[in-house]
Ligand binder design. Structure first.
Ligand SMILES: Cc1cc2nc3c(=O)[nH]c(=O)nc-3n(C[C@H](O)[C@H](O)[C@H](O)COP(=O)(O)OP(=O)(O)OC[C@H]3O[C@@H](n4cnc5c(N)ncnc54)[C@H](O)[C@@H]3O)c2cc1C
Length: 415
């Protein structure tokens, strides 16, 4: 078969390699002048290729439409991803949280081995070429793909028996995945779910919060609520920035907050001392107070809190910072404990696609056969990667989605 893969990201490269390994004649089309522009940025330039957890745990880290991924993950799981890269000569290592990285710590090495493999298999790579439309015919047996139209060039049409779309989502649009392909698919009558930024920092207007920029908190727990409804609880690390809050815990939390939720008011409540009960925390504060009985309250929290946080906690506690600690009442201590165990941050939105690690939404899973990745309405058309309405938490799981769906779609199984 002639197979045309559109999108030279991880999903597209994996699809092209698989299709070529199966003996097909493969063309890979990428609009950028090189392959894997987003892949290059992954894992802060180190590329967290996948996660070495047991395969069942992969599903626990999928936020949207996990059942859709059963066939893809069981067809090609995380251990196969690691074996594949190792077989290409890329040595890998496992770090904290079972995150898998190249030993070299360079995402460019991941791209290099994929490109080498594509070339070795004789895949025709067309960079700097944009697909503008799909060629579809109907001979009374339903719609069939017949090829793609490309922009400019002498050869505006490329015929194909199968076309695999791996166009990515809409996040980090400068890397090429700008979401422009979705409108075309909607015109063809396919359901495409609303795209929203996910794994994205939260913004916040409160100066008390933005004044803490640069502060990283480890081992805190957060509860994210829409009005009274709890959307997310988690434990880990967060970061204060000039615009609001970020860090691994906050990025994960954002996966559970929809764009419409912000209208109802989102709050992030941080427990700054999750290891201590209210009583233990009060006893700890009393101990600190006793050690410096004549100290002002404003100078008594440096053992308990990082310095950047002290002003905010004092303000929220309502206790006069000039008050001597031996005059702080039990009631005031109770209020202080409440602030420490429930430091509330009001969120007014997120930082949008420009700063979102991934896109939630995309081609509806109801349009795709999960056992082949083929489009149910247009025969010979396949989807792979982030453009499908599936998304995962951080830890290598989003790339595993790309590898698994890329591999399954690359088999071009037709039903
Ligand atoms: C900063 C950052 C760090 C990340 N780190 C990690 C990580 O460490 N681990 C992890 O698991 N995930 C990570 N991710 C997520 C991961 O990068 C994506 O989930 C993954 O790249 C999706 O792969 P994809 O092939 O589906 O799409 P993409 O990588 O977006 O590739 C799609 C490609 O299609 C091309 N294209 C689009 N339209 C056309 C067209 N019409 N014609 C031709 N070409 C077209 C685009 O130019 C693009 O190159 C990170 C994301 C970001 C932004």
């Amino acid at each position: 078969m002639n197979v045309c893969v559109v999108g030279g990201g991880p999903a597209g490269m994996m699809a092209a390699i698989t299709a070529a390994q199966n003996g097909n004649k493969v063309t890979l089309i990428e609009q950028n002048d090189k392959l894997g522009k987003k892949l290059f940025l992954t894992g802060k330039g180190r590329c967290n290729i996948t996660n070495a957890c047991p395969v069942e745990e992969l599903f626990d880290n999928i936020v949207t439409n996990k059942k859709f991924l059963y066939s893809a993950f069981y067809d090609y799981d995380n251990s196969e991803t690691v074996s594949f890269f190792n077989s290409l000569g890329l040595k890998t290592k496992v770090e904290r949280g079972e995150r898998v990285f190249p030993v070299s710590d360079h995402s460019s090495d991941v791209i290099k081995v994929l490109k080498n493999r594509l070339e070795q298999l004789g895949v025709r790579i067309m960079c700097g070429t944009r697909v503008t439309d799909l060629m579809i015919e109907n001979h009374g047996t339903g719609d069939h793909i017949t090829g793609v139209i490309i922009s400019g060039g002498k050869d505006p049409g490329i015929n194909a028996d199968a076309v695999i779309l791996a166009l990515g989502g809409q996040s980090y649009p400068l890397t090429g995945s700008d979401g422009s392909g979705f409108a075309k698919l909607e015109k063809l009558g396919l359901k495409v779910n609303r795209r929203e930024p996910s794994l994205v920092p939260f913004s916040c207007r409160d100066r008390l919060i933005t004044d803490m920029q640069g502060l990283a908190l480890k081992n805190v727990s957060v509860e994210v609520k829409k009005a009274k409804k709890v959307l997310y609880t988690g434990f880990g690390e967060m970061l204060f920035t000039h615009f609001g809050i970020s860090g691994p815990l906050i990025l994960s939390a954002s996966s559970y907050v929809k764009e419409d939720d912000y209208k109802d008011g989102i709050t992030v409540t941080v427990d700054l001392k999750p290891a201590l009960s209210d009583e233990e925390l009060d006893a700890r504060i009393l101990r600190d107070f006793e050690e410096g009985q004549n100290r002002d309250f404003g100078n008594s929290l440096n053992k308990l809190l990082p310095s950047k946080m002290i002003t905010a906690v004092i303000k929220r506690s309502g206790i006069d910072p000039a008050k001597k600690v031996n005059l702080v009442t039990r009631q005031e201590r109770k209020r202080l404990c409440e602030v420490l165990k429930g430091f509330v941050i009001e969120i007014d939105g997120n930082r949008g696609f420009d700063e979102a690690i991934i896109t939630r939404g995309g081609v509806a899973t109801s349009e795709i056969d999960p056992s082949t990745m083929e489009c149910k309405k247009i025969k010979g058309l396949y989807f792979a990667g982030e453009m499908i309405d599936v998304d995962a938490l951080t830890g290598g799981f989003n790339l595993q989605i790309a590898w698994s769906t890329g591999h399954l779609s690359g088999q071009c199984r037709m039903k």
